[in-house]
Design a protein around this ligand. Structure first.
Ligand code: NAI
Length: 340
């Protein structure tokens, strides 16, 4: 994705533009959990991104191998490597963007919430490091359950007194990618011509694709729209089952996170009108965190888009997701408050 000539020249244009501005023209990007199923291909895609000056790979195990391997790719980004909590400061110091795919993935029969007990503590620990060593960085969280891990990160940052809601984002881009891949099939067109907003959260019914706002328009009966909505909500489980115990989506997730990371870097470098869907601190609904389409600026989230007009099915979906999402948010907040 990062070698498309048009995008690359766009990115280089941004770089030149950014040199004249005070924003970082080239960034230090950390991947925390870089040895994992998502971390490795994500690190590779970021190594190919011309906006990355330094790619900082961190994991509790296996980082040197991934770093040595990637360092032989002849792109400009310099690869550095750190392993274990003693080296977390080195990994994070001076970072502009931190992407977190650290933690355990689902196995068949598990919900994302089943991962809470392990991943909550991992995200908390890594965010404590971010608060200390790179408090100004943008933070993109992939570790599940995203509905709870983003509130956990926010609570850690609030405790440390450096919380900037504009710079904390839960990565829901894979839901958008899936929705767009499926919509392109339906509309019989290529995915790059498709736009499907996906709002809400990132688990089961909290994933709310707004098919009535998808372009190009396709007339769907309510039943067909409901079936597609459910397919998008359960698409992660499709992959979990197909991998039969060997984890969850890694390659599509790495792609989605690399695209999302690229948008962050372009916005950071001063490019205007970059939009993405992400799960952020929000006032769009009565829930404190919610994913919607948003515009990124040089300092993070600039505008959080509203929901637009929802049809009957989407309105039902929105009402139906609130209790679960509210519960997941509270669980994250309580976890940090409990001091575990
Ligand atoms: P994986 O098990 O292959 O990799 C996880 C990596 O995290 C491992 O290398 C492990 O050593 C590392 N790790 C564990 N504790 C750590 C710590 N304290 N600090 C740094 N690294 C640590 O798992 P995979 O498949 O890469 O998934 C990672 C996470 O991403 C899971 O929580 C999964 O549920 C989530 N995910 C999120 C998606 C989304 O759309 N947001 C989609 C797919 C997965």
């Amino acid at each position: 994705a990062h070698l498309r000539p048009v995008e690359q020249s766009q990115a280089q244009g941004v770089l030149r533009q950014a040199t004249a501005m005070s924003s970082p023209s080239k960034a230090k990007v950390a991947v925390l959990g870089a040895g994992g199923g998502i971390g490795q291909p994500l690190a590779m895609l970021m190594k190919m991104n011309p906006l990355v000056a330094e790619l900082s790979l961190y994991d509790v195990v296996g980082t040197p191998g991934v770093a040595a391997d990637l360092a032989h790719i002849d792109t400009a980004a310099k690869v550095t490597c750190a392993t274990g909590p003693e080296e977390l400061s080195k990994a994070l110091y001076g970072c502009n963007l931190v992407i977190i795919p650290a933690g355990v993935p689902r196995k068949p029969g598990m919900t994302r919430d089943d991962l809470f007990n392990i991943n909550a503590g991992i995200v908390q620990g890594l965010c404590e490091g971010i608060a200390k060593y790179c408090p100004k960085a943008w933070v993109a969280i992939i570790s599940n359950p995203v509905n709870s891990t983003v509130p956990i990160a926010a609570e850690v940052f609030k405790k440390a007194g450096m919380y900037d809601p504009r710079k904390l984002m839960g990565v829901t881009k894979l839901d958008v990618c899936r929705a767009q891949a499926f919509w392109a099939e339906l509309a019989d067109t290529i995915p790059s011509k498709v736009d499907v907003p996906v709002v809400g959260g990132h688990a089961g019914v909290t994933i709310l694709p707004l098919l009535s706002q998808a372009t190009p328009k396709v007339d769907l009966s309510k039943d067909k729209a409901k079936a597609l909505m459910e397919r998008i909500q359960n698409a992660g489980t499709e992959v979990v089952n197909a991998k039969a115990g060997k984890g969850s989506a890694t390659l599509s997730m790495a792609y989605a996170a690399a695209e999302f990371g690229n948008s962050c870097l372009r916005a950071m470098a001063g490019e205007a009108n970059i939009t993405e869907c992400a799960y952020v601190d929000s006032h769009v609904t009565d829930l404190p965190y919610f994913a919607t389409k948003l515009t990124l600026g040089a300092d993070g989230v600039k505008d959080v888009g509203n929901l637009g007009r929802l049809n009957e099915l989407e309105t039902e979906g929105l009402e139906g997701l609130k209790a679960e999402l509210r519960g997941s948010i509270q669980k994250g907040i309580d976890f940090v408050a409990s001091g575990k």
